[in-house]
Design a protein around this ligand. Structure first.
Ligand code: N01
Length: 478
């Protein structure tokens, strides 16, 4: 039995660690020259995980050394590097090797690699991530800009920012973190915001040296500091708020965002310019300790006028103003419907996943597809992607995938894939539930919405997800 994992980001590393512990033969193919996925590709100033540090770690590899309550990106990258070494999976990773094609030949998966070589596997685990194809805005004249222009996931660190005129387009979590980091650093910092977002206040203090020593010497201290019970009940309350927008829990989150704006933006004109016109949590909630403070920095300016084009000297807005700039950062998000594409994946009878997903991607419980035997996804389509730890989500999914793999590994079943009927019924139920969520009812556009305007995220609460992941319903599989 040979297993191939595609991608060496957070989820692929998890798969590698688990497969190693199971004593199985496996390879991880990684298109880049380093592990890390999103934490490798995003290096923008201010990059921070908005999930509390100690909860954004594998449950079996706690890290006493996080320096802050919310970890900076480079620390997270270093953590994953460290995990690869301490669990000895680096030798299993083939770097600079993408999977161009995976084809089911009736018995096994035949893989064509980007370097022209081939491989085969009994089981394929796709751990290719969700947000990795930058969405470039259709703004005219971008190619004419004489300064530096790049997407935030392709940050050009050769470009100096100090004493320069910098424009950041977009107010998602990325744009907000960049404004927080660059306010007061640049000569002029402009934030171009088409749709203001709600901001949840959060503290981001440092762990003292003493705390970190205590965490290292006594794991019980670390577990106590994590307070898993409270964290889990917060996640539950949060997902309840998303899925039942009228619930008292949702009201608490809503009020916290509204109070944050009311209390922390002094100028009434700026306050109104920053006031969203949709429900809090409709777009993925932004957590920030200081965005409102930083947007009020004397050298920082909010620009709400629409962008009409980019010119050699800068950005032109609908009020006719030309904003002269040296650097433009596109914090314009990602194409969330891409998953492992452009990889070609051919299942039973030559069925092409790209064709099946040409309207929009679907998957049974976000993990598997009918007609694609022994092919399992971590963080696949319509799974839980929200303001909670994707590591925790991937661990639950792995627990489920391990159970799907068991009969194959034992030779009890040659293949495992969901039935078309289970897929269809799951997706119909999912879509109905998605229409009750605040992502749908809250009156906003966001990357959660698919091409039909249906939220492409787990539409039930956290405990339902945990329950579903406990064990496969075998009657849904062939
Ligand atoms: O992207 P986004 P992001 N003209 O899609 C604007 C994760 N993440 O990179 O709302 C002008 O949220 C767009 O405007 P509008 C997290 O899951 C996690 O910030 O469409 N503006 C919006 O303001 C997050 O949700 C962390 O009107 C244009 C922005 O660009 C996800 O990544 C940190 C435009 C895009 O916001 C994506 O966040 C960072 C145009 N033509 C990110 N096109 C953590 O801390 C787009 N926009 C874990």
């Amino acid at each position: 039995m040979r297993i191939v994992v595609i991608g060496a980001g957070m989820a692929g590393i998890l798969a590698g660690i688990k497969l190693k512990a199971m004593g199985l033969e496996f390879a991880i193919y990684e298109k880049a020259d380093r592990i890390g996925g999103t934490w490798r590709e995003n290096t923008y100033p201010g990059l921070t995980c908005d999930v509390p540090s100690h909860h954004y770690t594998y449950s079996f590899a706690r890290n006493p050394d996080w320096t802050r309550h919310l970890s900076p990106g480079p620390e997270i990258q270093a953590y994953f590097e460290q995990c690869c070494d301490s669990f000895a999976i680096r030798d299993h990773i083939c770097f600079n090797t993408g999977v161009a094609k995976a084809e089911w030949d009736g018995e096994r998966w035949q893989l064509t690699l980007s370097n022209g070589r081939s491989d085969s596997a009994d089981i394929v685990i796709a751990a290719t991530g969700v947000l990795h194809h930058p969405a470039l805005p259709p703004i005219s004249g971008m190619e004419t800009f004489e300064g530096a222009l790049f997407h935030t996931a392709r940050w050009d660190h050769a470009v100096a920012l100090q004493d320069r005129r910098v424009g950041v387009i977009g107010m998602g979590s990325t744009g907000v973190q960049i404004i927080s980091a660059l306010a007061g650093v640049c000569q002029k910092l402009e934030h171009y915001v088409r749709t203001p977002q709600w901001i949840m206040p959060v503290e981001n203090g440092h762990f003292s040296k003493e705390e970190r020593v205590a965490f290292r010497n006594d794991p019980a201290t670390l577990e106590a500091a994590m307070d898993v019970e409270t964290y889990t009940s917060n996640v539950e309350a949060y997902t309840d708020g998303l899925t039942k927008p009228d619930s008292p829990g949702a009201q608490i989150w809503r009020s916290a965002c509204i109070d944050n704006l009311e209390m922390n933006v002094r100028d009434p004109v700026l306050k109104e310019a920053l006031r969203p016109d949709h429900e809090p949590m409709c777009k993925r909630l932004i957590f920030s300790p200081d965005y409102y403070e930083k947007i009020q920095h004397p050298d920082t300016r909010l620009v709400r006028a629409d962008i009409t084009g980019i010119e050699p000297e800068g950005i032109r807005t609908s009020d006719g103003e030309l904003h002269e700039l040296d650097v433009i950062a596109l914090a314009t998000g990602f194409r969330a419907d891409q998953f492992m594409r452009p990889m070609q994946i051919l299942g039973e009878n030559g069925a092409d996943l790209d064709t099946l997903w040409s309207h929009k991607p679907i998957a049974y419980l976000a993990i598997s597809m009918p007609g694609f035997p022994n092919f399992f996804m971590l963080n696949g389509p319509n799974g839980p992607v929200g303001n909670f730890s994707l590591i925790d989500i991937a661990e639950h999914q792995w627990n489920y995938i391990e159970q799907l793999m068991a009969p194959i590994l034992k030779g009890e079943k040659a293949t495992v894939a969901p039935t078309p009927d289970a897929m269809a019924r799951f997706d119909a139920e999912r879509i109905e539930a998605a229409k009750q969520t605040v992502w749908y009812t809250g009156g906003c556009q966001s990357w959660y919405l698919d091409v039909d305007g249906i939220p492409a995220s787990w539409p039930w609460n956290y405990s339902r997800f945990v329950e579903e992941m406990k064990a496969p319903k075998w009657e849904h599989f062939a």
